[in-house]
Design a protein around this ligand. Structure first.
Ligand SMILES: C[S@@+](CC[C@H](N)C(=O)[O-])C[C@H]1O[C@@H](n2cnc3c(N)ncnc32)[C@H](O)[C@@H]1O
Length: 517
């Protein structure tokens, strides 16, 4: 067969995933938290995703934003065929998939595309050859509107430096297998395990082996192949990416890992002073990557940075509405970007979380609740959304709800494996998607059918699934074998979900309201 991938793994499809960082709402929030103006995505806009895989992210974003025109690009024909079929079946008339290589974007195919308000790529930059990175920059330079946003993620240095030798070994070992990439990845991982057991690979490689062996152990071989077997995979320093994107007049607006934008959370006053004294912004950011040991960067860039006064930023953020994504914990603690833990002031956040437990609230109203006055909108939104506890909520248009319902109806809830997979469903009120675990699925299905979920019944059904799929039920990291123990643990899990998760799903609008709701 002719090799058309230029060293990229093309003999297996990429694994599906939704990345909220690519959503207009999350990119806008990232820019706003950093005091940078973003385009207005509430009216008509044009959006482009590069390297879209099977199109999960673009399909969900097109469904929840019927006012936007979406274009998604990938050179893998199987990806594009699947994505087109799905968009057609869901009636997503505002989404076009294009089978194109990044190299083609400089030609007539690229010129036929509109000018974009946002161009995004997840898991692309550090996986493709330098000349393709140049083609991407040239495309952005030609096709991104002034003021437009770019989202890019990549494997970052210095975080990845210790893992790079293991990636090289994976690729070399896999090339000896003369097999399809996922099979080859599995064999290479097994060989790495044997080499380590025989102490040919020293204990110092423990940490870099761990990730590979964990992924292989869970059977994520397609992911492993795409992550480790590409010829041009090369982790990069932030400063090199920033300089490359600078050629398309882009500058960093902020990290979509929102807590990374709050320097006072992670760095001491002395560290902040030292960093502030470094005159190059790219080097300053790169030094922060050294400190935080970042191995994957996720950033928003803007073409033509326009800064807003702090008062305007407060106004925009105070006007947002937030809804809880997770049940509020007893003690609210946050893992900082450098891995340390941090507790936001309980006197401020306890009443705020209590109010959010009742339903979505305006940030301005939440700001008035704390027992200590003076929390800013930027701190409140940064902490709650950055920690993943809450997210931005906006009442969706009927068109967005209908398109999301059509797309969600295509998800085959019966597809195996049900116990280990996670399923993403479009959530128009969030401008994004919600991920459901294997345990969540039964509950979600019951609610969709308008039934009253019963913990005993759900537990029985899930235990049968575990048997059918030869999966163990894992509790606190350990597989539980005894059927009575499994049943009791499952009943507890489901009772907790019925009590604490269903109200959150209702607030997010992903399941119908209950009787009288
Ligand atoms: C690691 S995957 C990420 C997919 C998707 N963005 C995600 O994160 O789920 C990279 C994607 O880029 C596509 N790709 C790689 N090289 C390409 C090229 N030269 N032109 C267009 N697409 C390419 C691959 O087919 C693959 O779908």
């Amino acid at each position: 067969m002719e090799e058309w991938g230029g060293g990229y793994v093309t003999d297996i499809e990429y694994v599906d995933g939704f990345y909220v960082d690519q959503s207009p709402r999350w990119m806008t929030l990232t820019a706003t938290l950093n005091g940078v103006h973003a385009p207005d995505f509430s009216g008509r806009f044009a959006y482009c995703e590069l390297g879209c895989g099977r199109g999960v992210t673009s399909s969900i974003l097109a469904a929840v934003h019927p006012q936007g025109q979406f274009h998604a690009i990938d050179f893998h024909p199987a990806h594009i065929a699947f994505a087109r079929d799905q968009a057609l079946s869901a009636g997503l008339g505002n989404l076009a998939f294009h089978e194109l290589s990044f190299a083609d974007l400089a030609g007539p195919a690229g010129d036929a595309l509109p000018m974009f308000d946002a161009i995004t790529m997840h898991g692309v930059w550090s996986w493709v050859a330098p000349e393709l990175q140049d083609a991407i920059v040239a495309f952005i330079d030609k096709r991104l509107k002034p003021g437009g946003l770019v989202y890019v993620s990549y494997n970052a240095l210095p975080g990845w430096s210790s893992i790079a030798p293991m990636q090289r070994l994976m690729r070399e070992l896999a090339s000896l297998a003369f097999a399809r990439s996922d099979v080859a990845a599995g064999r290479a991982a097994a060989m790495i395990r044997s080499l380590a057991e025989a102490k040919i690979l020293p204990d110092s490689t423990d940490a870099s082996r761990k990730r590979i062996l964990e992924l292989a152990g869970k059977g994520h071989l397609a992911y492993l192949a795409h992550e480790y077997l590409n010829e041009h995979w090369r982790p990069v320093y932030h400063l090199d990416v920033a300089r490359a994107l600078g050629k398309a007049k882009l500058s960093l607006a902020g990290s979509t890992d929102l807590l990374r934008n709050f320097h006072n959370v992670t760095y001491s006053a002395e560290q902040r002073d030292l960093l502030a004294a470094v005159p190059s912004p790219e080097l300053r950011e790169t030094l922060r990557d050294f400190h935080d040991d970042v191995w994957f960067r996720r950033d928003v860039y803007v073409r033509g940075e326009r800064r807003m006064p702090a008062s305007r930023r407060e106004e925009i953020l105070a006007d947002l509405r937030l809804t809880l994504k997770k049940a509020p914990p007893e003690t609210f603690e946050i893992t900082r970007p450098d891995g340390a833990s941090w507790q936001p002031e309980p006197l401020i956040f306890r009443p705020i979380l209590a109010a959010l437990a009742e339903g979505p609230c305006r940030v301005a109203d939440l700001m008035a609740l704390g027992e200590i006055p003076g929390v800013s909108a930027v701190e409140l939104v940064g902490v709650l959304v950055g920690s993943g506890l809450a997210t931005v909520f906006d009442r969706p248009s009927p068109e967005a709800v209908q398109a999301s319902d059509r797309l969600n109806a295509l998800i085959d809830m019966r597809e195996s494996p049900r116990t280990t997979r996670s399923t993403v469903i479009a959530a128009p009120a969030l401008g994004a998607a919600v991920s459901l675990s294997g345990l969540d699925l039964g509950l979600y299905e019951d609610l969709q059918k308008g039934g009253a979920p019963d913990a005993e019944d759900l537990a029985r059904r899930y235990a049968i699934l575990c048997q059918e799929e030869s999966a163990s039920f894992v509790l606190e990291g350990k597989p539980v074998e005894d059927p009575a123990e499994v049943h009791a643990a499952l009943v507890r899990e489901y009772a907790e979900r019925i009590d604490r998760v269903i109200p959150l799903w209702r607030m997010m609008g992903i399941v119908p309201n209950g009787p009288g709701g």
